[in-house]
Design a protein around this ligand. Structure first.
Ligand code: NAG
Ligand code: NAG
Length: 375
């Protein structure tokens, strides 16, 4: 029935055109035909040149995200092969993945990766997080080391590592700076694939569940080198060695702008550039308005602000403000020892100490050059 009806409508339409043609002169028909052809030709030419008028009329975050999704399709073929297949195996049921990265020097036996993994077993019921940890290896040897101790290892494609990163540990070397930006690219890819992530440097020990302290409102939660005392205050100095990002279109755009900002400043780490542009991304005047939560160094501690830390509250401890692999390993091993001594204390003993006003402070690291080392 429907087909018949539409056919008869078409028939009437064609009949009408024929009648008009008969009514009007041939001259008028030719003029109409030429005009139609020219219009069609113009439409085709414009369509073939990625003409952007619709995009340009959209508010900028959405516009950029649209462009981004086109790039992401291109990325999918050339970048980070195998990542999309790995993530569903590693992620939690709410699509969150914990990521760390290692080179050969970090991953070899007796080095940082072993210590890092050990802390999950020494911590308070957090070893299950290892099932959601993706270790990104920067070179084939790091990957081999990783595979001997951990289930989920991902070797960065060689297209991403043009330089030898296997021993990059000099903080400002070209190789090291290249590495941190590659990490950021991978993180953007993870978000584009729809996974939230918690990135943690491998020179961080874990003691307690960090997710308890990340607000549901936060697009991003970051640890700090220096914490101002207010979780919303952009004047804190973020340390992107430990930070969480929720997967949304806005955070994908944040990562894109962050990576793009690298060109506007002298050569530097992703963390410094983030600090430079944090107001553009999260300030009151920002179009993106990323909600950043700064994590208290009392819980997410580091050697930079050790005086704030208390084992009774600690979630993590970062060997920041520390130069040299051997120094890090040595002082972190000592931190893990202190933690073990703390955890074996009987609860009653802890209560008594707490009631007496004693806090469980970490010792000042022996080897790391902590700026707040008191005389
Ligand atoms: C995010 O972007 C994708 C791709 O552009 C789009 O399909 C999706 O609807 C967007 N989501 C939201 C919540 O706007
Ligand atoms: C742990 O406690 C033991 C016994 O009191 C002590 O000898 C050791 O030095 C402590 N370890 C650390 C790393 O503080």
């Amino acid at each position: 029935m429907e087909v018949d009806l539409s056919n008869s409508v078409k028939f009437i339409f064609v009949l009408k055109i024929i009648m008009e043609f008969h009514d009007g002169s041939l001259h008028r028909f030719v003029k109409f035909w030429i005009a139609t052809t020219i219009t069609l030709f113009l439409v085709l030419v414009l369509a073939s040149q990625r003409w952007p008028p619709l995009d340009a009329m959209m508010p900028s975050p959405w516009r950029a995200t649209k462009q981004n999704s086109r790039n992401s399709n291109e990325d999918a073929q050339s970048n980070f092969a195998g990542l999309a297949e790995l993530l569903p195996m590693v992620a939690t049921d709410d699509r969150t993945v914990i990521i760390t990265s290692v080179n050969e020097a970090f991953a070899r036996s007796g080095s940082l990766l072993g210590l890092f993994r050990e802390s999950f077993f020494a911590g308070e019921k957090i070893d299950h997080f290892l099932n959601h940890l993706l270790v990104v290896a920067m070179d084939p040897m790091a990957y081999r080391h990783c595979r001997t101790v951990h289930r989920f290892c991902y070797l960065l494609p060689t297209t991403k590592t043009s330089m030898d990163l296997s021993s990059a540990s000099d903080f400002m070397s070209d190789a090291y700076v290249a590495l941190v930006w590659t990490k950021l690219e991978l993180q953007q890819r993870v978000l584009q694939l729809g996974y939230s992530f918690l990135f943690t440097d491998v020179d961080i020990l874990w003691f307690r569940d960090p997710f308890r302290h990340i607000g549901v409102h936060a697009d991003m939660a970051t640890s700090c080198d220096v914490f101002s005392g207010d979780a919303d205050d952009l004047s804190s100095w973020p340390n992107t060695g430990f930070y969480y990002v929720k997967a949304t279109n806005r955070t994908v755009e944040m990562l894109r702008r962050w990576r793009a900002a690298r060109r506007r400043f002298p050569r530097n780490h992703e963390q410094t550039i983030f600090n430079n542009i944090k107001h553009e991304l999260a300030g009151a005047g920002s179009d993106l308005r990323i909600r950043v939560q700064f994590l208290d160094t009392a819980r997410f501690g580091g050697f930079c602000q050790l005086f704030r830390n208390d084992m009774a509250r600690a979630c993590t401890m970062h060997a920041n403000c520390c130069i040299g692999m051997a120094n890090k390993v040595s002082d972190l091993r000592d931190v893990l020892g202190q933690w073990r001594n703390y955890t074996v204390m009987a609860p009653a003993e802890k209560m008594k100490a707490k009631a007496a006003g004693r806090s469980f402070e970490w010792r000042v690291p022996a080897k790391c050059g902590t700026p707040d080392k008191r005389p």
